[in-house]
Design a binder for this molecule. Structure first.
Ligand code: COA
Length: 155
């Protein structure tokens, strides 16, 4: 999969499947975003479902990524989403999610869910604007003890 996308805010990016050599940039973006993952886990998820791991690229540099996994219940789950801080607020998070959801629809998957930090208002606002509804709360979900809001969307 390889797509040239112009975001709603005028940023032109390439969205393509993750490749193993992208892991260094993915981890740099994930570390500056304070997500909880590690490189080994990302590579494992890639091996489990390659089509679910997408990166956004500009001038041959990875500047954002999204990782979807398939749950045992047959739903999609957003495992991680992050954008390089230099490019935040320019429509890339939304464009990555839209592309990833297309991948789920092609597999005839009907729902997608995710967990998001209670304090992460920016991500919550993005998810709500894309049709996600709050369906639950998990206390102490993250390593630092913060709780997660569980959200779900009909595809
Ligand atoms: C969440 C994240 C991926 C959004 O990516 P982005 O490319 O900056 O977001 P977009 O430009 O596509 O904006 C999409 C929506 O997010 C919300 N948003 C983005 N920046 C915002 C800001 N500074 N303040 C409030 N809302 C904001 C808005 O709802 C926006 O929609 P709008 O443009 O119609 O107003 C990015 O902020 C990020 O990498 N955050 C750190 C990692 C993270 O929190 N990941 C999610 C974990 S669940």
């Amino acid at each position: 999969m390889e797509l040239i996308v112009r975001t709603a805010k005028g940023l032109t990016i390439k969205i393509r499947n993750f490749e193993r050599h992208d892991i260094r940039r993915v981890m740099e973006i994930e570390e500056e975003s304070f997500l909880d993952g590690d490189a080994g886990l990302y590579l494992e998820l890639y091996e489990e479902w390659r089509a679910g791991f997408l990166v956004a690229e500009k001038d041959d540099e990875v500047i954002g990524f999204v990782v979807l996994v398939l749950t045992p219940e047959g739903e999609g789950r957003v495992f991680a989403l992050a954008v390089d801080s230099r490019y935040k607020g320019r429509g890339m998070g939304r464009a990555l999610l839209k592309t990833a959801f297309y991948t789920l629809r092609k597999r005839r998957i009907g729902y997608v869910r995710l967990e998001v930090r209670v304090s992460n208002y920016i991500a919550q606002s993005l998810y709500r604007s894309m049709g996600f509804m709050d369906i639950g709360f998990i206390p102490f979900y993250y390593k630092d003890g913060e709780g997660a809001i569980v959200m779900r969307k009909v595809l």
